[in-house]
Write a protein that binds this ligand. Structure first.
Ligand code: SF4
Length: 189
């Protein structure tokens, strides 16, 4: 894979028409945060608020993510936040695996530029797109997977926690695992 620059990558995302999802959106949502972050967070795709503003993880789910990070002493500006897909699917439907695969090269480019040590995979789409379509979030969450020296931790998407607050107990456990791993890696975050 040829690693491009941030400027080129953002232009490529902006101009992309590789799948039908670009039709009818207001903004592409590339991602944002510390370009040298130790932790990269990957969600599913833009929702209504994100599509409106062009920023990843805002609205209620984004606020919850900020609180979850704060609870383990991570400032949101110190992580890099992105999604598997960069265009909002109609009516917030789950993106198909074909759409995910079409968009994944952009996430791979982001990964190559940030070079994080840890990836937090939030929700089923991120888990299936980045680890295996065979996995389920309920069985995989809270279990570290190490790939080529990168530590990946699947957990629930904040939107799922808003729909089912009972899952917050497990999500809190996962955030504590993330904090422990950061301490273990002697991160400077
Ligand atoms: Fe391109 Fe990704 Fe948008 Fe599809 S979702 S049009 S691949 S940027």
């Amino acid at each position: 894979m040829i690693v491009t620059s941030w400027n080129q990558l953002h232009k490529d995302i902006l101009n992309c028409t590789a799948c039908p999802l670009h039709q009818g959106i207001r903004h592409k949502v590339a991602g944002q945060g510390d370009p040298n972050a130790t932790v990269m967070i990957v969600g599913e795709g833009p929702g209504a608020q994100e599509d409106l503003k062009g920023i990843a993880f805002i609205g209620a789910a984004g606020e919850l993510l900020t609180k979850m990070l704060t609870a383990i002493h991570i400032d949101r500006k110190d992580v890099y936040i992105s999604n598997v897909i960069k265009c909002r699917p109609p009516n917030n439907r789950t993106p198909t695996m074909q759409e995910c695969n079409q968009c994944l090269p952009f996430l791979r480019q982001q990964f190559a530029l940030v070079r994080p040590q840890i990836m937090l995979l939030m929700g089923s789409t991120a888990l299936k797109a980045l680890l295996s379509p065979e996995l389920t979030i309920t069985k995989s969450r809270g279990k570290w997977v190490e790939r080529k020296g990168i530590w990946m931790l699947p957990t629930y998407h904040p939107a799922a926690l808003l729909r089912d607050p009972a899952k917050k107990i497990e999500a809190w456990h996962d955030m504590q695992l993330l904090e422990s791993k950061l301490n273990e890696l002697d991160s400077l975050i």
